[in-house]
Design a protein around this ligand. Sequence first.
Ligand code: K1U
Ligand code: ZN
Length: 172
Amino acid sequence: MALLPILTAPDPRLTKKALPVETVDVSIRKLMDDMLETMYLAPGIGLAAPQVGVLKRVIVLDPAREDEAPRPLRLANPEIIWSSEDTKPYEEGCLSVPEQYDTVVRPDRVRVRYLDPDNEIREIDADGLLAVILQHEIDHLDGILFVDYLSSLKRNMMLRKLRKMKRTGAEA
Ligand code: K1U
Ligand code: ZN
């Protein structure tokens, strides 16, 4: 396995739409494994391929709490095929927007169709944290960051801080 560098905003690659995977083959399975290793080390609870500079529709995540056994999920071409009308706020973070957190309101429950590591079509019904992570990661595949849901004032403040961090190598 290999650790992959995580891109941080502002980076034009984070705003691009990723391309569907044709078949989940050995190279996609390796990408999924490398992404999981990178995510656990970060540490994070999700990661999308564009965050490591790969413009393919692949995401990995693990909604397990620290006191639970790991529950890694590997998804290619995930698509939300149903979302609830009821919504819930959650304070989100992002490995590509380091040290910045804010509340995003999203549908409370979603159904997601995807290809698993054996190239089989599967569906998952998600609520709670799993639903939040799935929506956050699928947004990355469409070039959307959680800061895009915030006011332009908050978004620009965060992006200014990140530009300064990149310039000076300092923390926020
Ligand atoms: O996509 C990413 O940038 C990863 C992101 C996923 C995410 C977090 C919160 C809400 C929605 C999606 C992260 O993992 S940020 C780090 C984080 O939240 C965390 C890290 C260690 C333990 C628990 C949480
Ligand atoms: Zn993110």
